[in-house]
Design a protein around this ligand. Structure first.
Ligand SMILES: *[C@@H]1O[C@H](CO)[C@@H](O)[C@H](O)[C@H]1NC(C)=O
Ligand SMILES: *[C@@H]1O[C@H](CO)[C@@H](O)[C@H](O)[C@H]1NC(C)=O
Ligand SMILES: *[C@@H]1O[C@H](CO)[C@@H](O)[C@H](O)[C@H]1NC(C)=O
Ligand SMILES: *[C@@H]1O[C@H](CO)[C@@H](O)[C@H](O)[C@H]1NC(C)=O
Length: 398
């Protein structure tokens, strides 16, 4: 296993060299410098698959640098990942009580130095620096960036994660919480699917409309389609058996993820929002060539989707997870994996934001989502392996 790790590192180095040469070109149009993260993710995922790493993590003890002996015992192959700059919030404390889940918290420069919480794998900036000796990605990630969360994904993957739950320090599971996601391989349920050659507007899914709020749209929904968009009966299928979705996004009550345009029009900036959704509509899987944006606040990933989890580092905090969601859907479709939405199973009480500042951070989302979606919808992979497809796609954003 130690040898395997050395090979992995060599691979990582080699990829970086290749990448660095084409780097400048790639940064142009969408200004994505995601290739780096793509490579790191792909390499680490392949590694995890190849050696079928088990969750007890014994094999990793030898290598030292990823494991800190003071870390808590690993309780399962399910991992919660978040990044924070605050002392443990009530929501993080709650997550740490979930006995079936491991929690990994990624620090950033502003995170209090004395941060500590029982049962939590806390990756301090120092720990991250020692991880960067073996993981190039860690060294390349900017500080004061939400994308450092990726270090938490890598940590979980390296410790044999089968499931990763992506969340934030101000979200909390409710109404059955994480148990309402589907962990079994198959389920009976609803599918959103239409003729693949229909116009994109008909293949777009608006989860808020589906769960009873036609007046709302999720951050990242291409706004040029909103006024004419609806779901018709033709979009829904009942399936007796279908594969569980590799990405499962739960809706969030109170302050769900909407863009600054929605908030500027409808929210009272001095009050806590209290939006609600229908809790009885079923979960729904979006089929091949069906799309919706989704975020990093209440989202479960199966390991088959881990290679699509990279967060682009050169776009704003309010853009990065949206770009990932589109990119990820395309890659998942290539391997016959899908994205699903679940009725509310978390709540967010968001602290005060300046909506105009959010608006500014979301400009790329407003201006480029539609264009990005069109590009992805038409994109075809010319490679013969999924890993190479991920890299090719990242390169072609340039
Ligand atoms: C960490 O430090 C802050 C202030 O410096 C203090 O309020 C807090 O109680 C400390 N936390 C722990 C766990 O010691
Ligand atoms: C999908 O639409 C195309 C073009 O409108 C049509 O030719 C094709 O027959 C349709 N496929 C199905 C399965 O309905
Ligand atoms: C739904 O959208 C279709 C096509 O975009 C349109 O023809 C239809 O009138 C719309 N229905 C409603 C109720 O808005
Ligand atoms: C994939 O394609 C490359 C050349 O593009 C080839 O060398 C390799 O053998 C192919 N691998 C498989 C599994 O087909």
């Amino acid at each position: 296993m130690v040898d395997a790790r050395k090979n992995l590192l060599k691979e990582d180095e080699r990829s970086l060299v290749i990448i660095n040469t084409s780097f400048l070109q790639i940064r142009k149009a969408f200004n994505f410098c995601m290739v780096l993260s793509v490579i790191a993710f792909v390499v680490i995922n392949l590694f995890a698959f190849k050696f079928n790493i088990s969750y007890n993590g014994e094999d990793f003890k030898e290598s030292g640098s990823l494991i800190n002996s003071k870390m808590p015992t690993i309780v399962s192959n399910r991992w919660i990942v978040l990044t924070t700059v605050n002392q443990p919030t009530k929501d993080v404390k709650y997550l740490a009580t979930l006995s079936k889940w491991n929690v990994v918290v990624v620090a950033d420069l502003k995170t209090p130095k004395n941060w500590t919480l029982d049962r939590v794998h806390f990756l301090s900036v120092e720990t991250q620096k020692s991880m960067s000796e073996t993981l190039n990605l860690v060294r390349k990630l900017p500080y004061k960036s939400y994308t450092r969360k990726m270090i938490g994904y890598l940590y979980a993957i390296a410790h044999g994660a089968e499931w990763i739950y992506d969340t934030d320090d101000d979200n909390r599971p409710i109404f059955g919480g994480l148990d309402t996601f589907d962990f079994a391989d198959e389920l009976s349920g609803v599918r959103f699917e239409r003729n693949h050659s229909d116009p994109i507007i008909n293949r777009l899914f608006n989860p808020y409309l589906f769960y009873g709020r036609p007046d709302m749209w999720p951050r990242g929904f291409p706004l040029e389609y909103f006024s004419q968009h609806n779901h018709t009966d033709a979009n829904f299928r009942l399936c007796e058996v279908q594969k569980r979705a590799a990405v499962q996004q739960g809706l969030v009550d109170m302050d769900p993820d909407v863009d600054a345009i929605f908030r500027l029009l409808h929210a009272n900036p001095t009050k806590v929002s209290s939006e609600h959704f229908n809790r009885h509509a079923p979960s729904i899987i979006l089929g091949q060539k069906m799309y919706s944006p989704w975020n990093s606040q209440n989202t479960l990933f199966h390991r088959n989707a881990f290679f699509t989890m990279f967060l682009p580092t050169t776009v704003s905090f309010r853009t990065t997870d949206i770009w990932r969601s589109y990119f990820s859907q395309k890659l998942l479709h290539l391997i016959d994996e899908y994205v699903a939405f679940y009725p509310v199973n978390a709540v967010q009480i968001r602290n005060a934001h300046n909506y105009l500042k959010d608006f500014e951070d979301e400009q790329e989302v407003y201006l480029k989502s539609g264009e990005l979606l069109k590009f992805l919808d038409e994109w075809k992979c010319s490679q013969n392996s999924t890993a190479n497809c991920a890299i090719e796609l990242a390169e072609q954003f340039g």
